[in-house]
Design a protein around this ligand. Structure first.
Ligand SMILES: [Fe+2]
Ligand SMILES: [Fe+2]
Length: 308
């Protein structure tokens, strides 16, 4: 009887990531990461998201969200992590998510000649001066993310964020435009992959309505990741290793760019223990492993039937 009381007081509950202890140790956190990956990034789910892409070209539609119960979000739903670190990751997510209009314009430029349907999905319809006439589905989904993270931040702290949006580099087309498009898709895959990894990690360290709220943008990013990944496999037929090498190079360059831009915020993160960094690295890697096994199912016949 006594031991039952003790174990019950330690256990908080079960949530989207499975067993949720109030003081999880590293192995429990890893189990939660794996649980979320199995739940949201199964090969079947990825395939479903990819199969949805050609239908987006003809009948665009947004992925529906579950409503968020804002009043049920509270700071005690942050689990097994210094709340300050959790909040600083939330705040940087708001920054990375904007300026979405510039991102969609950039993608539209890259795709308009190479693949007009993809230009439509990512950049919408534009007039002769590139001004937007119809907003793309990708932008409609993405533009919800920064406000949601910002509102979560405000719910948890009572403070309104003043984000400094990311800088978007100008398009520089060289003599090899297809290679430029390839680079661009890989950079989009890289940002979707890192968004999925970071939001999934935030879900691992949250429970209740806070976790449910973060699940909404996280599921959008998984959807985008699957679509861009599968599309790139059809369009470029590169190997998994070539792709990962390229993306890693791009992400390293981006990381250095941001480090120079925001030395101050990195100093804050640098003050925390190594464990969150290890957990994040584990999350990034596990998602890559999952993509690798899904990638093997993407034979050219199947992809041709979707996009050719
Ligand atoms: Fe996003
Ligand atoms: Fe996304």
């Amino acid at each position: 009887m006594k031991s039952l009381t003790i174990s019950q007081s330690k256990v908080q509950s079960f949530d989207l990531a499975g067993f949720c202890s109030t003081q999880p140790h590293y192995l429990q956190t890893r189990t939660r990461i794996n649980r979320l990956i199995d739940r949201y990034i199964s090969p079947e789910i990825l395939t479903e998201h990819l199969q949805d892409l050609p239908t987006q070209f003809t009948t665009p539609h947004q992925r529906p969200w579950q409503p968020i119960k804002w009043d049920a979000i509270s700071k005690d739903q942050i689990i097994g992590i210094d709340p300050e670190l959790f909040l600083s990751v939330l705040a940087s997510s708001v920054e990375v998510e904007s300026p979405i209009r510039e991102y969609s314009t950039e993608s539209w430029h890259y795709f308009k000649a190479a693949h007009p349907q993809m230009a439509y999905f990512m950049g919408g319809i534009r007039d002769e001066n590139d001004k937007i006439i119809e907003i793309s589905e990708w932008e409609k989904e993405e533009r919800q993310h920064a406000p949601v993270f910002s509102k979560i931040y405000e719910k948890l702290t009572g403070i309104k964020l003043q984000p400094k949006p990311n800088s978007v580099k100008d398009n520089q087309f060289t003599e090899n435009p297809i290679y430029e498009v390839y680079n661009h898709v890989l950079s989009r895959i890289g940002t979707e992959w890192s968004a999925v990894s970071i939001y999934l990690w935030l879900m691992v360290h949250s429970t209740g309505e806070l976790q449910q709220a973060i699940a909404q943008p996280c599921k959008d990013e998984i959807n985008h990741l699957a679509k861009f990944w599968g599309f790139a496999s059809w369009a470029f037929q590169d190997s998994y290793m070539t792709r990962i090498r390229h993306i890693s190079k791009q992400m390293l360059a981006l990381f250095n760019h941001h480090r120079q831009e925001r030395t101050q915020s990195n100093e804050i993160i640098g003050n925390y223990s190594l464990l969150p960094a290890i957990e994040l690295a584990f999350t990034f890697t596990r998602i890559l492993v999952r993509l690798h096994s899904w990638n093997r199912q993407l034979n050219i016949g199947k992809l041709d039937s979707l996009f050719a």
